[in-house]
Design a protein around this ligand. Structure first.
Ligand SMILES: Cc1ncc(COP(=O)(O)O)c(C=O)c1O
Length: 265
């Protein structure tokens, strides 16, 4: 049985609590659940909830979650399909947060977009023998070759420090944008090259959606996470994004916010 643990800290925070107290509340509830039930095998969590709106757990929360999982013998799984392979300026989000999960799921950046997914796990979880389970694209030779080359590139280049430089630039530009659009933008969140803008809902309920559509028309592809809960637009540029591209994207975003605001006036 799988429980979707929906009362996440970011939802609680939207009800007016601080992130720290929301995280504490969730940790407390999880610990209670672990203590009372003996049918919980694992917790799966995205260390940065990307598609949901670019929500970043604190290091303290993830470390405490690790401790609680270990204490109650519950496995901790990091879904790193979005965060791994450089987006936080480290190979894995686990490195960034300093937390070692039992299992990590991987995809996307692993093979620079070629169809491939993978799981890394502690040895004791490796119970399926080769050939006992198969996937249509499992071990796809071209994807595997691209994955090896991607890993080689990440290991031998300066890309992680470039990611952090671009992250700093993106942060600066987004914060400036938030300042000039403070009647619309509620919060800027950024961690490496995963960033998001959260919009106020009171002015126009669907504002984030309008900005998303306008930006798309203007040539900027964003991720829309505006399904009622903290409407946000997520930016996740490639690791090799240039300074010029970053600045151009921010200009397009700024224009799009302006145009969406004009259209709704
Ligand atoms: C965090 C996360 N996990 C899992 C998936 C699903 O991955 P797949 O399409 O390889 O099943 C996605 C897809 O976008 C994702 O963003």
């Amino acid at each position: 049985m799988m429980i979707m643990y929906e009362d996440n800290p970011f939802m609680l925070k939207s009800k007016g609590h601080s992130l720290e107290s929301s995280e504490n509340q969730v940790l407390k509830q999880l610990q209670l659940m672990f203590r009372e039930r003996n049918d919980i095998a694992a917790v799966i969590i995205e260390p940065v909830m990307v598609n949901a709106g670019g929500f970043i757990f604190s290091k303290r929360f993830l470390k405490e979650l690790r401790n609680i999982c270990s204490k109650y013998n519950v496995s901790l799984i990091f879904d790193e399909i979005q965060t791994a392979f450089g987006w936080l300026g480290t190979f894995f989000a686990s490195d960034f947060f300093g937390v070692t999960p039992d299992i990590v799921t991987l995809g996307k950046g692993l093979s620079s977009g070629f169809p491939l997914a993978a799981i890394i796990m502690k040895e004791e979880y490796d119970v399926i023998n080769y050939g006992e389970d198969e996937y249509t694209y499992g071990g796809h030779p071209i994807s595997c070759a691209v994955a090896l080359e991607t890993i080689r590139f990440l290991e031998n280049s300066n890309i992680f420090s470039e990611v952090m430089e671009r992250s700093n630039l993106l942060k600066k530009l987004l914060l400036e944008m938030a300042k000039t659009n403070k009647e619309y933008i509620k919060e800027v969140r950024i961690c490496g090259l995963i960033a998001s803008l959260e919009f106020y809902q009171n002015k126009h309920k669907d504002f984030a959606n309008y900005v998303y559509k306008t930006a798309l028309y203007n040539g900027l592809v964003l991720r829309k996470s505006s399904n009622g809960f903290r409407p946000s637009l997520v930016l996740k540029p490639p690791l090799i994004v240039s300074i010029t591209e970053t600045e151009r994207a921010m200009d397009l975003l700024s224009e799009s916010i302006h145009e969406a605001a004009e259209a709704l006036r």
